[in-house]
Design a protein around this ligand. Structure first.
Ligand SMILES: [Cu+2]
Length: 154
């Protein structure tokens, strides 16, 4: 009995401390550790990132994303054009191969939130739904990470 109690306490501690790195699974799709931060590109904008795994035997496509905090969220890619870095909306949904990964990360593919209705607060979450062609809707929570605004070289 005592052992079980300790084990339960241990599991609870592990669960709580990993709240910032949560995974979300539906069907063959697992969305690992999604997180969001304020964008440098304008007020009320945010950028979201995640590692998405397709554990199935069929390819799937990430079609779109919706979220309560914004009525306009798109999937962006970051490209270099005439020596300048810019981002643009994807024309085609991203494919995730069987047993493959899709990584959305800073400076690369990302979720772009426009007109955010709420201030992003450190330690809170942004609920969102990812829409996949085959596996349907996957509900996730982006962990909010606030950037340190202090410059590296003051
Ligand atoms: Cu963007």
């Amino acid at each position: 009995m005592r052992f079980n109690f300790c084990l339960a306490f241990f599991l609870l501690t592990v669960f709580c401390s990993s709240a910032l790195a949560e995974n979300f699974t539906k069907g063959d799709i697992t969305v690992e550790s999604p997180w969001v931060q304020k964008s440098d590109t304008g007020e009320k904008r945010a950028e979201g990132f995640a590692l998405i795994h397709n554990g199935g035997f069929n390819a799937d496509r990430l079609v779109s994303i919706t979220s309560d905090i914004s009525d306009h969220v798109v999937i962006h890619e970051t490209i270099k054009q005439y020596g300048k870095v810019k981002m643009q909306k994807l024309k085609e949904p991203l494919t995730i191969e069987p047993n493959g990964y899709l990584e959305l990360k800073p400076g690369d593919y990302h979720f772009m939130f426009f007109n955010c209705q709420d201030e992003l607060r450190d330690g809170e979450f942004v609920p969102a739904v990812l829409h996949f062609e085959k596996n349907g809707d996957v509900k996730i929570n982006f962990a909010i990470e606030i950037k340190d605004d202090k410059p590296d070289n003051p």
